[in-house]
Ligand binder design. Sequence first.
Ligand code: NAP
Length: 264
Amino acid sequence: MQLNGKVALITGASSGIGRAIALRFAREGAKVVVNFLGGSPDREAQAKQVVGEAGGETVAVAIAADVSKRAEVEAMFQQAVAKFGRLDIAVNNAGIELKKDFLEVTDSEWDLVIAVNLKGPFLVTQAACRQFVAQGDVPGVESKGKIVNISSTHEDIPFPNYTSYCASKGGLRMFTRNLGVDLAPLKININNIAPGAIATPINQAVLDDPRTREETTSEIPWGRWGTPEDVANLAVFLSSGQSDYVTGATYYVDGALALQVTKY
Ligand code: NAP
């Protein structure tokens, strides 16, 4: 088990990629904090289901918090540390998309995408790093803590009608590069995973239409959509002791999509 005894907080872990990361981390021996936005009994039930699948309340806890709100993020960290005693890994996965003609995008739509996708990682990473520093060194362990951001191939590749999303993920790219430098002397790792087309609820409309699903498949040199588990595999490596000298970079999980994009 690669994460035995570690405590990990994963944002947006009630669904899709975050869910797969939480479940895989639990299988690797970690205690997991399953963050979700919530706001309805359905959403809460979904998060609680992840806790159950991870192994129950001794190894997992579901905490509703809006990652774009400082007070909610800080309260979530207090609850997480009170439950599991420490924190070793934070995964900034929560994210939203907005598809809209740029000329029609409103202030509040723009602000929401940037708040969740970019301010969220700022707040969560800052809270996590403060906790890592307060915990100090663990004898025999080089890294004080791991930050893994779920970015996107669209941190680099344009995506027509998704300017706010691309700006947020492009911002996450520089956030990671800059903090790679700032956090290295503190021995905190930070890396981005850039998924390509992954079969999750965020892409439900595209997946449900055979034409658009096949169109996307034909853009992927590997010949299939990615799974949330494909992303979780890399998240384990970037959160484990195997990656202590790996920081400040982006790693693609996209079946070579970004190398051969013809349409977006
Ligand atoms: P998803 O299935 O739609 O799940 C999104 C998760 O984020 C849910 O758990 C949701 O919680 C949570 N969330 C949304 N807003 C939040 C907020 N303000 N505070 C806390 N949690 C919030 O999405 P996904 O496809 O797994 O995507 C996960 C990440 O991967 C995103 O950052 C996305 O940009 C990135 N990504 C996805 C793909 C892809 O093809 N799927 C490709 C590249 C990058 P609730 O259920 O409570 O709302």
